[in-house]
Design a protein around this ligand. Structure first.
Ligand code: MG
Length: 156
């Protein structure tokens, strides 16, 4: 078994749609980034690559590459899953914590879990997505953006 950890954060950009875990969240500011800035998928991709010691999202999908401008991050996730499979692993489970003051994510959690489970090839019960605020502390607590911590287990 291999464990992996991923972290990512992005600042809000009201001019873009908010993509989180491959789901578009309506009526919420989006995030600034080269791709669609799906901060949850980025943290998950780093956790997957980290578990297999295959580098990080920046080494596979550099933000200097025009191919990834406004890219759908589910493409990154699909590639990362294929890469860890090629290295001899299957995804066991995922546990992620999304930190932001807004929007309220609870109504969207199950849709996000289902979307991620589909891409990961696991059951929804193997994908945990938790949401919390930063209690007003630091930049995330001031509502400047969203941060995500994610762990994953890979099985042989
Ligand atoms: Mg990112």
């Amino acid at each position: 078994m291999r464990i992996g950890f991923g972290y990512d954060s992005h600042v809000f950009d009201a001019g873009r749609p908010l993509r989180l875990g491959g789901v578009t969240i309506p009526d919420a500011p989006g995030l600034r980034g080269h791709s669609d800035a799906d901060v949850l998928i980025h943290a998950l991709v780093d956790a997957l690559y980290g578990a297999a010691a295959l580098g990080d999202i920046g080494s596979h999908f550099p933000d200097s590459d025009p191919r990834w401008a406004n890219a759908d991050s589910t493409l990154f996730l699909r590639t990362a899953v294929a890469d860890v499979r090629a290295a001899g692993y299957e995804v066991g489970n995922v546990d992620a914590t999304v930190i932001c003051e807004r929007p309220k994510l609870r109504p969207h959690i199950d849709a996000i879990r289902a979307r991620l489970a589909e891409e990961l090839g696991v059951s929804v019960s193997s994908v945990s997505v938790k949401a919390k605020t930063n209690e007003g502390m630091d930049a995330v607590g001031e509502g400047k953006g969203i941060a995500v911590h994610c762990v994953t287990l890979l099985l042989p």
